[in-house]
Design a protein around this ligand. Structure first.
Ligand code: AMP
Length: 274
């Protein structure tokens, strides 16, 4: 990016796969507020999909994405926005590309168990994009919690001069976390999808009412999983390391994956044990 060397002001960056909704736009809004120039990347990264069918059906809506991004830009006078939307994966992965960026300790289970290679594909592309854009701040949604922790760890371990900022989950009015995949929910599935949020809130209450007895909460989660095959995982973890070992005090995260129809719904809830 020859352009990058001419930019002297600070730069904010939001990486997406497009099909923008309010969740993505909240990230971009923060970037536009914090920095004179923002870069929004839109790239459906083949390397992070395990199934070609999932990659092929991923919604590609570049025109309306640009319209939404532009509307937001208009509300932030004096700010600049660059949309980077490589159409050909070869722009990111030139012929012969053979490298992988990996954060093994945080990619052992949860999503990784069900999507082998997903996080390696994700962290490699995020590394390449950060290297290209060289932002001061990169905004990631806490909705994809494991992804956020992996990117933060990668940036720290590899000494990347960027602040990885984790942003709040944006939800629909009824509590469902916004996701580009929600549009694939058919008929009653939309209502069924709310069960993930309900389970997370239930575990939060269990922790509060049992004086933070994480074993009790975990048993409840395990019982849910053994009686309902739609759950791929539901667990309480230490927030930064995603370790199963939970300290008496500090931040924990309740993470869940519920499969409704053929849609994988991801959600989580962070809380502080005091
Ligand atoms: P994606 O296009 O799905 O790869 O998401 C791009 C970025 O938007 C990631 O950092 C996601 O975590 C973030 N994101 C997606 N949905 C939401 C949401 N509902 N709330 C907050 N951030 C989100």
């Amino acid at each position: 990016m020859l352009w990058r060397s001419s930019v002297k002001s600070t730069l904010g960056f939001v990486a997406t796969m497009g099909n923008l909704h309010q969740g993505h736009l909240s990230l971009l809004e923060s970037s536009l507020k914090d920095h004179p120039i923002s870069v929004l990347s839109i790239f459906v990264n083949p390397a992070q999909f395990n199934e070609t069918s999932d990659f092929n059906r991923y919604p590609r809506t570049l025109e309306s994405d640009c319209k939404l991004a532009n509307e937001l830009l208009q509300k932030n006078p004096g700010r600049e926005l660059i949309v980077y939307a490589p159409n050909d994966p070869k722009e990111i992965y030139p012929d012969g590309f053979s490298s992988v960026v990996s954060v093994p300790l945080l990619s052992q289970d949860l999503e990784a168990e069900f999507r082998p290679g997903h996080f390696e594909g994700m962290s490699t592309v995020v590394y390449l994009l950060l290297h290209l854009v060289k932002p001061q701040t990169a905004y990631f949604g806490r909705k994809d919690y494991q992804q956020y922790r992996i990117v933060k760890r990668m940036a720290r371990d590899l000494g990347l001069p960027v602040h990885i900022k984790g942003m709040s989950i944006i939800r629909a009015e009824d509590g469902l976390a916004l996701s580009s995949r929600n549009q694939f929910l058919k008929g009653k599935e939309r209502e069924e999808a709310l069960e993930i949020r309900k389970a997370l809130l239930h575990i939060e209450r269990l922790l509060a009412n049992s004086h933070k007895n994480t074993e009790l909460a975990r048993n409840w989660a395990q019982n849910m999983m053994s009686t309902d095959s739609r759950w791929q995982y539901l667990d309480v973890r230490e927030a930064r390391s995603l370790s199963k070992v939970i300290p008496n005090k500090g931040k924990v995260v309740i993470l869940g994956l519920l499969k409704v129809g053929d849609v994988r719904l991801l959600d989580n809830l962070e809380l502080e044990l005091k």
